[in-house]
Design a protein around this ligand. Structure first.
Ligand SMILES: CC(C)(COP(=O)(O)OP(=O)(O)OC[C@H]1O[C@@H](n2cnc3c(N)ncnc32)[C@H](O)[C@@H]1OP(=O)(O)O)[C@@H](O)C(=O)NCCC(=O)NCCS
Length: 325
């Protein structure tokens, strides 16, 4: 698509749309992605291919855009954006990275211009980008017409330490599953997820989530070589009152999924109980998993308090930047 001639032929920048589900895209971007993670998230273990595959894969209910900026034939940065097909129709939301050795040479500016063209051509009016809050990100956004619109905290929990015990929750019975929610629970599971309408970077909102949607999302995790762990709580009458999920991969770093408690059952320790049971179970089965990471909006006091009680500690501040197209 976009090409910029420059004085030196080797410096010729091009932008290409690539398929995030194509293994050759993962191979192409993996060295730069690893260098970027080591530079921008220095406390993290080396990023495995499954992490990049998970980040770039097409997700349920979204249109996916992966744009890569090349200098000659060398990829020097990329953006991946998700566009919800049913809600938030004006926006595209994702991440935007220039590889560390390639910064301050115009690649970011070039890539953002291409993103704006592409996103505009798809009928969207704004791009949201999540990134660690740094002076570079702030300056880049300020120079190119962006603004910071939200703050998220990355919290981390050591999976090798015992998770603190939590209070009794009386009669809640716990059930567990991995890849596939049992058929007899899946409708209640979909209904409970539908109640959460948080905006998650690059993913579709979950309002109106159907059983078929749950099955599609389960398949996505398997496809990207992630193993899901899920624990749900059932009341004595069998009603599902909450659930909590996480994902492990071939890496010391695991990702928190969602924790949801039915509105009328909140403030009774159910969420803490579910997440504690989940982490203890996943840690016992995955000796390679050392750290569990969770991103939480700075103003979500409920989940921040729950995570703190389990031993999560804040590790990095991320911003969401908004760029009108
Ligand atoms: C932010 C980032 C994408 C910039 O990429 P880049 O290729 O270095 O940016 P460019 O060279 O195109 O810079 C464009 C303008 O942004 C500003 N800028 C970029 N990096 C800057 C820095 N480290 N300090 C101050 N200003 C900076 C400058 O005004 C620059 O123009 P100039 O070089 O003519 O002065 C890159 O640093 C990065 O990947 N950071 C980590 C992830 C991230 O923050 N993503 C974007 C969040 S909005």
């Amino acid at each position: 698509m976009r090409e910029t001639a420059s004085a030196c032929l080797n410096d010729h920048m091009t932008i290409r749309v690539l398929d995030g589900d194509d293994p050759t895209t993962i191979d192409l971007l993996l060295p730069g992605f690893r260098a970027t993670m080591a530079h921008d998230l220095p406390g993290d273990p080396p990023a495995p291919p499954a992490l990049l595959a998970r980040l770039l894969q097409r997700r349920r209910g979204t249109d996916r855009l992966v744009l890569v900026v090349f200098r000659g034939e060398r990829p020097v940065g990329y953006t991946k954006l998700g566009m919800d097909l049913h809600a938030d129709l004006q926006r595209a939301h994702g991440s935007f990275w220039v590889f560390p050795d390639e910064r301050r040479a115009g690649a970011g500016r070039e890539l953002l211009a291409a993103v704006r063209d592409e996103v505009r051509s798809r009928g969207r009016a704004e791009v949201l980008v999540d990134a660690p809050r740094t002076p570079a990100a702030d300056a880049f956004a300020a120079t190119l017409g962006g603004e910071r619109v939200a703050t998220n905290v990355r919290n981390r929990l050591s999976m090798r330490d015992p998770v603190p015990a939590v209070g009794e929750t009386g009669t809640v019975r716990l059930v567990r599953w991995n890849e596939r929610c049992p058929d007899e629970l899946v409708e209640a599971y979909a209904a409970l997820q539908s109640g959460v309408d948080a905006v998650v970077n690059g993913q579709a909102r979950s309002a109106g989530l159907s059983v078929a949607d749950v099955r599609i999302a389960e398949g996505e995790a398997v496809r990207a070589e992630h193993r899901q762990y899920a624990v749900a709580g059932l009341a004595p009458d069998g009603r599902m009152v909450g659930f909590s999920t996480l994902y492990v991969r071939d890496s010391p770093l695991a990702d928190a999924g969602q924790t949801v408690v039915a509105p009328d059952c909140r403030r009774r320790g159910v969420g803490t109980l579910l997440k504690r049971s989940l982490v203890t179970w996943a840690a016992a089965e995955n000796p390679q998993a050392v750290v569990l990471q969770a991103w939480n909006p700075q103003d979500n006091t409920a989940i921040l308090a729950l995570n703190r009680r389990l031993g999560f500690e804040p590790d990095q501040v991320w911003s969401t930047y908004r760029f009108p197209v």
